[in-house]
Design a binder for this molecule. Sequence first.
Ligand code: ADP
Ligand code: MG
Length: 694
Amino acid sequence: MELAGLNIKFLPGVGEKKAAVLYEELQVQSYEDMLYHVPFKYIDRSKIYSIAELNGRLPYIQIKAKIRNLKTIGEGKALRMTATAYDETGTLELVWFKGFKFLTNQIEPDKEYLIFGQPSEFNHKLNIVHPEIDSFEKASQLLVGFQAVYPTTEKMKKAFLNSKAISKIQDSIFKTIKGKISETLPAWFIQQHKLMYLHEALYNIHFPENPDMLRKALFRLKFEELFYIQLNILKLKYKRKTYFKGHEFKTIGEYFNTFYHRYLPFELTDAQKRVIKEIRQDCGSGKQMNRLLQGDVGSGKTLVAVMCMLMALDNCCQTCLMAPTEILARQHYATLTRLLDGLPVRVAILTGASKARERRAALEGVVSGEVQLLVGTHALIEDRVRFANLGLVVIDEQHRFGVEQRARMWTKNEQPPHVLVMTATPIPRTLAMTLYGDLDVSVIDELPVGRQPVKNCVVGREYRPNAYRFLAEQVHQGHQCYVICPMIEENENLESADVISYAEILRENLPDDIRVEYLHGKMPPGRKNEIMECFAANEIQVLVSTTVIEVGVNVPNATVMMVENAERFGLASLHQLRGRVGRGKAQSYCIFISTSDKTETKKRLEILNKSNDGFEIADWDLKLRGPGDFFGIRQSGDMDFKIADIYSDSKTLQEAAEAAGFAEQNKYLLDAGRMQMLENKLEKYITEEFKLNL
Ligand code: ADP
Ligand code: MG
């Protein structure tokens, strides 16, 4: 059956209006789109909680309770209905903002209901917003073990398209199509890899018979997804190797040598030397280089980039360096101008925030060939940035960019430039090779001499006064400090309010001679740069910031990194943040303030406490989550394929990669039409984030 051609608006219970919302919010239009709108987690509906057991950290749950005190309050937009649910163990508030009119007549006192939703804490009290209510007698068919929960948006909820409604639509699809969903993989392939058939897999994704079937269903869909991604990578690699001819960097000349002998600020580490050599060989080979440079935070990747860029200049090519944030681009620009001060190199900068003059100078300079080295942000990708002769592109913190963006840099010239991407993301090497398929990998596995390992501590809130005293001491010894506050939800006002009020608190608690300033992503770029420049110049001693400074920022005089609510950050983020200190010779410190006493959180922070090695931390992260830990995976939003889940799915990935290699070599797996169809389909459910990690 051709599922892609059937419109969901004709399904029972959908209709024009709901179909329009589904299209608008999820780009779901056909049966096929709908079936690939997969749940983001599953709940065990065989368990009924008592009210006393609830807390604000639980996922979706259900209780069996009676309901009283139904009343509407507020007016206009604030109009809402509240009610109290109660069982023998306690009470709980229920709140509806929309769609409650029909409920008022439905709910009877003294009758038991099955109430389903996600408890949250508001004003120190627990409530459930927009709970689903069913009479308990009728609800017995809901108590069926595993049930899918679908992501929904506000607009969908207003259109009565909650998780339950989506589930019903999925159900009617299966009822309508009756026959099987056509298989997309050849039978021998399915057998060889012990996969579930597509029909069965899709059914179990939406209506899992049991955890085991769900696991198998997930495996099938993930395998197929990863298989096609790998196949695409291989195709790209083939194309690149066959059709792209690289600039041949034949010589090491004046620029490189003068810098190396006269201006290099320190002796290169052996690892830096080795990596530069690898890059030099690659660029000189006549093939186009596409290389990933991995090196932990503070390992000195920037200097490697600089030396390679000088190589490009020696061969009469232009070069550019792209960074993911304005702050980082400005910092690189400052570093490069300083390092290359004695050399006749024209450096320019281009970012989204560049004023007309700067922008013109950059754009005209690169097209005429006058500007040899361009530093910037995503702005470099824009089509109007044209180079006279671009030979090498360096992308810093590449995990922040998409594959597409990287690929677009290839098209800046008729002859594609060499590409060097740099990252500190600790991806185990074997995994990197598979995941990055078409990249060669170089690793800096050594820190510059004289670095002392950062000293860590994980402490509770009550430690704050000591921490403030410690900050003051460090500042009085001439050093500087970062204090990181988490973004509270994605609400911009809350984010800024948080760093602002925290800066206020610090000003009150620290001696007057210490200048405290704050920084967050929503500030005007000019102001951000000003703050960063002042911090780099030690005119500001304590910087209260959100994670805008998470990657790349280099102020070696900073010796303290204090992270508030450390439990809210992932291990990778925390490791990056810690990487902002310990970049000079002085002893540095990292203070993680944790306000959670969940054992899992404690374990996570303990890992950071014990190890400063990014690769080791990544391994621990994997072990802690465990590849087969399917609940853990689900709760982190599995289908999003965030990088951490690439760890947990690394075995699947490996197998899919091998299968793709086999298919590529034998060129007979699938016909082109089917391949295209799958690519389109997969495109949809591979999230941006996953792409970023390619
Ligand atoms: P990352 O790899 O995190 O991008 P950077 O390139 O910013 O690290 O380097 C971190 C710090 O180490 C910088 O202050 C840089 O000047 C310094 N550095 C780089 N290479 C060396 C070296 N060989 N010896 C001493 N310090 C170095
Ligand atoms: Mg860096």
